[in-house]
Design a protein. Structure first.
Length: 178
């Protein structure tokens, strides 16, 4: 019997952009609202997860979205970016690098293996594009996510600023060689 979980590359359509906007707002809010001021969260969500912005991201040739569906309902996603310069010194080539810019699952699906399935698929995408390195940024205070990434072999290689509204936070930069 096959699993009802399906992970696929998102189509570049307005309907999918609307799904991503809703899923992105919901999962980011659920993950971080308790640790951020409401006005900062509202500003970030409005700037990051509008339907037009999601459509522009979908249409970026260096970006791939993976959407996870359970019984035809979107329950998680990953945003991947080829040629990322995250953590690189200025002027260093970004060839052979894939960044996992976002990897989120709905609260009800945390701990079910859905995040791991998305991560395995993201790493598979990196290998299919002949990437040698996968990088990502994770909030320094998000211990569950840091532990999750470490289980997949990611190691800290630096830090960078990440703004949520007016609050400048510190993200750890994690790297995994392939």
């Amino acid at each position: 019997m096959s699993s009802p979980l399906r992970i696929s590359v998102a189509k570049r359509t307005p309907a999918v952009a609307a799904q991503l906007a809703e899923l992105g707002r919901q999962t980011f809010h659920d993950t971080f609202a308790a640790d951020n001021k409401p006005e900062d969260m509202a500003e970030f969500l409005a700037a990051t997860f509008g339907q037009e912005k999601q459509l522009a991201e979908l249409n970026d040739p260096h970006t791939t979205f993976l959407l996870a569906y359970m019984q035809q309902q979107p329950v998680g996603y990953a945003k991947l970016r080829l040629g990322s310069t995250l953590g690189l010194e200025d002027g260093k080539p970004a060839d052979g690098r894939l960044e996992i810019e976002r990897l989120y699952v709905q609260q009800d699906w945390i701990g079910t293996g859905l995040g791991a399935a998305l991560m395995r698929r993201a790493i598979e995408e990196a290998r299919q594009h002949n990437c040698r390195t996968v990088v990502l940024g994770v909030w320094e205070r998000n211990e569950p996510a840091i532990a999750f990434y470490r289980r997949f072999g990611f190691r800290e290689v630096g830090q960078h600023a990440f703004r949520v509204g007016q609050d400048v936070q510190t993200d750890l930069i994690l790297r995994k060689g392939l």
